[in-house]
Design a protein around this ligand. Structure first.
Ligand code: GDP
Length: 214
């Protein structure tokens, strides 16, 4: 097997096992202790974050949608097969959400990111139909300032014409070149058709392998 095939298989296995909710944190002082390697998912409300988390783990209802009452301001922790934690971060950028919520979001997220030495990568989801918005760039800046390594995942690929997909990726890469902590490659996924999902799993498996045991 070549390298890519090996990680596609490792990624498939990593996400095919048990996936269990184990913690919800609404306040920075309520975070679970740093233990396993983690990956985190952030993005504007409605970007398709819960759909992608569910597609990655092959579940229909692991992650809650942004409109689930009471769950929107929490960091939700899932454990994948005892090897990795997946952290679902609260969505941002809802029109109805005032400044207070955004600064609350920034504080919770910042406090989480600051202390998370085991965070392998934060995935920032961006709606593939529209590309990077001002609020996404604010998030990039926030992540640059905490020096967290992050990568952009464009979502809803099935809604973007094939002829426009490469351009959307290039435009996103252009934005990311201005951001110090951004991973230069861009993922493009569909929770509907599952395109790009195996590649994203493979990327996580590779990060985990590169980190090594312990
Ligand atoms: P969240 O608020 O970021 O968790 O977003 P959701 O996962 O709840 O998705 C928001 C809306 O986008 C829902 O109506 C989903 O059905 C839709 N959606 C999410 N992912 C995709 C996708 O890959 N393709 C399409 N066509 N729709 C999607």
């Amino acid at each position: 097997m070549n390298d890519d095939a090996e990680f596609l298989e490792a990624g498939r296995k990593l996400f095919a096992g048990e996936a269990d909710f184990f913690y919800a944190a609404a306040k920075p002082d309520g975070l679970p202790p740093v233990t396993l390697p983690e990956i985190a998912f952030a993005g504007r409300s409605n970007v398709g974050k819960s759909s992608l988390v569910n597609a990655l783990t092959g579940r229909n209802a692991l992650a809650r949608a942004s409109n689930t009452p009471g769950r929107t301001r929490e960091l939700i922790f899932f454990n994948l097969g005892g090897r990795l934690n997946l952290v679902d971060m609260p969505g941002y950028g809802y029109a109805s959400v005032g400044k207070e919520m955004s600064s609350g979001w920034v504080k919770l997220v910042r406090d989480y990111l600051r202390g998370r030495t085991t965070l392998l990568r934060c995935f920032v989801l961006v709606d593939g139909r529209h590309g990077v918005k001002a609020s996404d760039e604010e998030t990039f800046k926030s992540l640059d300032s905490t020096a967290v390594s992050y990568a952009v995942v464009l979502t809803k690929r099935d809604e973007v014409k094939l002829s426009e997909q490469a351009g959307r990726i290039e435009a996103t890469k252009d934005v990311l070149r201005k951001h110090a902590a951004a991973y230069p490659e861009v993922f493009f996924t569909s929770a509907q058709t599952k395109e790009g999902v195996p590649e994203l799993r493979a990327h996580v498996a590779r990060l985990l392998a590169e980190r090594g045991p312990g």
